[in-house]
Design a protein around this ligand. Sequence first.
Ligand code: HEM
Length: 481
Amino acid sequence: MQLYQRVSCENSLYCAMRPASTSTRPAAESTVPEITAEPGVLRPGALRPGVPPGPRAPSLYQSLTFMSRRHQSWMRSSRARYGSLFTVRMIGIGDIVMCTRPELIKQVFSADPKVLHAGTGSPLAAVLGRHSLLSIDEEAHLAQRRLLLPPFHGERMRAWEETIENIAAEVVESWPEDREFAVVPSMQLITLRAILRTIFGATGPELARLEDLIPRAVNLGAAMVQLRFAQRDWGPYSPWGRFLRLRHQARLQLDNLIAAARRDPALSERTDVLAALVQATHEDGSAISDEEIYDQLNTLMIAGHETTATTLAWCVERLRRNPAALAKLTQEALDGDENSYREAVFREVLRARPTVTMSVRYVVKPYVLDGWELPVGTRIALHPGLVQYEPSHFSEPERFLPGRFLDAKPEPFTWIPFGGGIRRCIGASFAQMEVDVVLRTMLRKVELLPTTDRPEGWRFRGVTFVPSRGGRARVRHRINP
Ligand code: HEM
């Protein structure tokens, strides 16, 4: 399967991609007035063709730095040097225009989906399948999104809280006493189980089998998602070969779940997303195929499991290094059901440590951004790690200050960990509910001990940033929690 779908070039002028280093634009903030041309409509003479300037290093160096622990510091120094719109060059991908100004972020998020795609060129297509919400665009995307959104609304989510609380309690109770350990695997187990139970409705042998297969497939898939050249099946011992075989085995289990749901006489009483998909129809009344259901389940699992687990691990990492916030959060959890400080912590963790590196849009028709005529094939990246660290939007951005979210709302398009527009994460409320329940349960079961260790670094893992040491935790179990 191809990782990057090719998009035909309608206009050769825009297909001639100019290297970022050859741009004639001064290396600073834009001095050109804002161009208000309709996205995709060019005004010859008024616009600068090509991409904004950016780092001049060879694309191999840029690609390696992008994927390294230096990602964040490199992005910030490039932002300081080239201004709020700059271009990096990646091997096998091409130009990525990093966009950090809220008004431009708004423009990109609300662009015509026929001009800017999110599925086209996504490295996730190879891992998630061709029907996946993350790999499709335009009408097909809207139709699938309409199918998937209803199960993620309020009432249904409340029905899942108890299930998630029980899952979290069981895992937290198994943690070692007063000994440091990496919390990521535990958080992955909680979020995977939560998705398998609430979204897939899995129980019994299928649940156990999927719990074994999926972490192995996700770990391999995440490691290989950006390595297009290595995505070849050279037999069961090659990494991609192993990934494909694991995925096939997971597929067989999911097929069993789909078939069981189709036969289930009590289907209409079930609250899981699979049950909702099996009963839903396309707008023309036709049934949804097993293939489509499979791809969407797979997408929800991959998009929802790793991201939420990593966010929980960052919560542990940040809280242990901020004892005042930890004490306040613990008190709130012990006092009752009030959760306003937990919500603030959730927002601050995603501000300071946005789990998903960036939201990306792919230019399929020449697109005007801040006076630049971006050619077809350019990618535009909305990078929360950049915009959420701008002191003009968040004072003292390096400090962990959940209180900043208690009374004030961030300015529009300055807090973007869930992306935006018609591609905004459909699992955002689910993730918030899950983090809320897991933090509450954890703090009631154990005392999380603060540390004076240095902060963990941001380790790039395909699509997400994870704490470099796995989110080290140390706890003491409460007696009679
Ligand atoms: C803290 C946890 C999470 C974070 C940080 C996160 C972040 C994101 C981001 C940045 C996007 C891309 C948005 C864009 O391009 O504008 C996205 C899309 C998506 N997310 Fe999440 N996500 C999280 C949890 C979840 C969960 C729990 C689910 C489902 C159970 C989920 C399902 C999806 C899906 C299906 C999409 C594709 C939406 C579309 O293309 O229309 N995510 N997420």
